[in-house]
Design a protein around this ligand. Structure first.
Ligand SMILES: Nc1nc2c(ncn2[C@@H]2O[C@H](COP(=O)(O)OP(=O)(O)OP(=O)(O)O)[C@@H](O)[C@H]2O)c(=O)[nH]1
Ligand SMILES: [Mg+2]
Length: 222
């Protein structure tokens, strides 16, 4: 079998991309300053499509709402479905619709931070656009990064998408209730994650029932 690997510098827009990433990092640093000046802890929730990001935020919001004033930024291409879901729990939500873009970036978060009442927020969940590739390269200025994967995506999603796990504080392996019917082992996924980032925390959850949410809360030191 022939395998073609692109070399560094081979992709024609590489210089453009480096400038873009540098600018994104600068704005992300400013976002962090804004968050810190208002004493807001921000958590970037990344993960594959349909893995359970919104369900996780929903469960965390319910568990933590007596201890923190919680807000959310919801990233999606076009709809407000997830934002509406979380808003029903009386959480202040700002929607970002990215159009065709497959990730949030620091500039979009800067705009959303202008819309939120940061004085009335202690904890901010940012739900990134669902995929395991693009969000990895775009820090937003958040204090912590979580990656949500689920057993329903099959056994290879960790080894196929290593980069998103490198700069992550906590990995959530969701839908453990489906593990046997999917014939996917959460333990094997945990081992795959540990090979990429040995010290990363892992929580196994069922975000429908709330099983494992306590481990997520402890993992995030909330
Ligand atoms: N069986 C099972 N279903 C789950 C679990 N967590 C979430 N779901 C279901 O999975 C589907 C997708 O969940 P969401 O929370 O919307 O996932 P998401 O990652 O926010 O999806 P996108 O934002 O569209 O990428 C919904 O039908 C949830 O009810 C779980 O632990 N077990
Ligand atoms: Mg969602």
């Amino acid at each position: 079998m022939h395998i073609i690997k692109s070399e560094e510098g081979e992709v024609f827009d590489i210089e453009l991309e480096e400038d873009l990433l540098k600018k994104n990092r600068e704005i992300a640093d400013k976002n962090r300053e804004t968050l810190d000046s208002h004493k807001v802890l921000a958590i970037d929730v990344m993960g594959s499509i349909g893995s359970g990001k919104t369900s996780l935020i929903e469960k965390l919001t319910k568990s933590l709402k007596d201890r923190y004033r919680i807000s959310m930024i919801a990233g999606d291409l076009t709809t407000t479905i997830d934002a509406d879901r979380i808003h029903r729990n009386e959480v202040e939500v700002t929607q970002i619709n990215t159009g065709k873009e497959c990730h949030l970036d620091a500039n979009l978060i800067k705009k959303a931070l202008n819309e939120l009442d940061l004085e009335k927020t202690d904890l901010l969940f940012i739900e990134n656009v669902g995929n395991l590739i693009c969000p990895a390269e775009f820090p937003l200025g958040s204090h912590k990064r979580v990656v949500v994967i689920s057993v329903s995506e099959g056994p290879y999603m960790v080894v196929k998408h290593p980069y998103i796990f490198i700069d992550t504080d906590l990995v959530v392996i969701n839908k453990i209730d489906l593990a046997s019917s999917m014939d996917v082992s959460p333990e094997n996924l945990t081992e795959d994650v540990a090979k990429i980032k040995p010290d990363v925390k892992v929580a196994k959850t069922n975000c429908r029932t709330g099983e494992g949410i306590g481990d997520v809360i402890r993992g995030l030191e909330l």
